[in-house]
Design a protein around this ligand. Sequence first.
Ligand code: 3HC
Ligand code: NAI
Length: 694
Amino acid sequence: MSDLVTLSKSGTVAIVEINNPPVNALGQAVRKGLLDAVKQAEADPEVTAIVIIGAGRTFPAGADIKEFGRPMEDPHLPDVIDQIENCAKPVVAALHGTALGGGFEIALGSHYRIALSDTRVGLPEIHLGLIPGAGGTQRVPRLCGAEMALGIMLKGTPISAQAANAAGLIDCIVESDLLDAALTYASQLTQVRRTRDETRGLTDEPAYRAALAAAENMANKRMRGQIAPLQIIACVKATLEKTFDEGRLYERDCFFDCLASEQSKGMIHAFFAERASAKVPEAGRAQPRPLNILGVVGGGTMGAGITVAALNSGLPVTMIERDDDSLKRGRTNVEKVYDRLLAKGRITHDHKASVMALYTGSTDYADLCDADMVIEAVFERLDVKREVFTQLDKVMKPSAVFASNTSYIDIDHISSATGRPNQVLGLHFFSPANIMKLLEIVVPKGVADDVVATGFALAKRLGKVPVRSGNSAGFIGNRILGKYGMCAAHMMEDGATPYEIDAAIYAFGYPMGIHAMYDLAGLDIGWDNRKSAAPTRNPAERDVQISDRICEHGWFGQKTGRGFYLYPQGARIGTPDPKVLTIIEAERALKGITPRSFSYEEIMERYMAAMVNEACEVLREAVALKPSDIDVTFIQGYGFPRFRGGPMKYADGYGLGKMLDNIRAYETEDPVFWKPSPLLVDLIAAGHTFEDLN
Ligand code: 3HC
Ligand code: NAI
């Protein structure tokens, strides 16, 4: 037996303990150890029952994801679970932490399940582009019916032990001493009970089929283009139409189909990329500073969102606004978020009150004297920000960390307003800041390591996905967006409508196209930026002014009821606007452009080439530390389809040589905009891919 799984006895009950930190992932050695231990305990005449338990922080959290993509070695997990289910002696799975994926499937193959009350169980395979592959699709619906089973597998979000208990997925919940409780429970058992024989979830066939149809409808709409959701639905359908053994084989085939797909490779890449992005040199060299009170300056869109994110994590916030009216608005902006949740019945009045008790509002900077960190989110104007930082410098304690949520301004120009620029960094949240996971942590040259480490600690506390960025205009995300946004504008002027461009982007897997996104963010932001950049713009650069013409009508997007699209009666999804097409035609005519047609394929080839080429420059200048950080930025902040793994992962799959050939062909039309990045050229010459740089 391997060291990763140990077998011991307490009286007549065998204890099989899995010990493979940090999450007891079910790698080959664990599967083998588990199989051997169960066989040995079954063969031991003194043993009357078996308890399977995880050491450390959790019951197994699933298959070992690192093994995916390599040839699968025996024993396979479904066979191990069959061995457990076929054991002649009662087997009890004792759950704590996060019993996920293959871990939960082990529990489902066991005859009984007991859990600590704060355990969470689930089948999150969908987030990896996979389906549960060790019986989950066949066992869960047999226990709790199709509707709940499909919810667990299609959302992939773990559920509480209480919810699992109520649904019959867990038999018993205990508050403490899990092993003792499991031993007592197991010692009283005399019979095995196999989930494969359960039928209680299958009894109401019409409801079962209705749940399948609803799930199919939802998957086709909201999980467009993804393979795994439809496979999960097909497997659940199989529980009605096939025997357990046939269903299991069907599930296995579907699992391997998913595993072989580019989609699961993309999503597994995203899983590891999101963990790698938090590992930065500064956090390795220094400990974060204490963080018990947060200050937020500005209670507008971003200040309020950041405040909610912090309050939700239990962090007390002092919000500073410029006057009483603004402060009142700031507080209202915060409360509105909770009031919406109240209206939907998602939280109680008590909950809101307890969260708001952590909030203090003030117009006096001196009230920040106890704050460990302050995040500034005032107007995007250097003079206003510098004034704020001058004030902060006077009142903040010596160890305090200063952060700006600026979108574009050079952090050095802000930090020089203080006497301690090495304590100032950028924390670029995305709107809505309480929802969006991405947090760009902008690290100027002279900033202290422990200040950076504190930024990353804050991200962890708020449940954000942090990405380290150098202090370059637009940081990682907005800088690259600027470039492919221009590429989209060129295509629009050359003949593609904004609606065709958006349709191509949507078909690629984005939730919306770039023009719909501009309308959502507000076209005036880009207009302001273009106006302030005008004096320094390279005159040789192609200048598309279509969106300026739209803004000149006062059409700023959703908030004004029209932008690139029309939003009649406050509609959230826009309809094409013939007047916008007229504006575009007039601009083309002014420049003497004869419009030509663009296929979706060409639109995406150009769009991705612009994105990846600029991303290479961001890497070359060390603004991003590695390609996978750029993938994380675009998946978490810009709607890039997760199943494609991010732009850099996508480019590797598309072929870097082919992408460079495209760029060189575009360069002949517009050598100012399309300059192949030297990093891309060198990478191809060396026969490498972006993955090699990760
Ligand atoms: N396999 C391999 N490594 C894993 C892993 C897994 N299933 N789950 C987590 N890890 C690693 C992480 O990569 C990380 O490694 P690092 O320290 O080197 O970066 C470490 O474990 C800790 O993970 P987190 O930083 O994510 O720790 P958290 O405490 O924040 O979260 C967790 C723990 C909730 C378990 C989270 O890691 C998670 O969701 N893991 C994935 C769970 C999952 O998807 N399971 C299904 C796998 S597929 C499967 O089981 C197929 C089956 O049906 C046949
Ligand atoms: P906003 O206009 O909604 O809010 C700004 C707030 O700052 C207002 O409530 C204003 O009263 C307050 N304020 C102004 N001067 C102040 C001062 N001297 N002291 C205290 N409070 C003051 O602006 P928004 O959208 O929240 O943007 C704030 C910052 O966040 C900007 O730097 C912006 O570039 C950045 N940002 C904005 C994003 C967005 O999508 N809106 C996304 C990411 C960053």
